[in-house]
Design a protein around this ligand. Structure first.
Ligand SMILES: [Zn+2]
Length: 57
């Protein structure tokens, strides 16, 4: 399960960074587009879940 969580966390991170690279509003960070907001929230959720998992291991 942990490896799966890490894989999803990394995938979300890659997707978010790939999007941000080609999206000036998201690179700026102050006015994310709708797509970027969804990717960002998914990344944050998985990051929280992963870090919580590390802390509670
Ligand atoms: Zn964007």
């Amino acid at each position: 399960m942990a490896a799966d969580l890490y894989t999803r966390y990394m995938a979300a991170s890659d997707q978010w960074r790939a999007h941000r690279k080609g999206c000036p509003p998201c690179t700026d960070g102050r006015s994310r587009c709708a797509d970027g907001t969804g990717l960002w929230e998914r990344f944050c959720r998985l990051q929280d879940a992963y870090l919580t998992h590390l802390r509670t291991r």
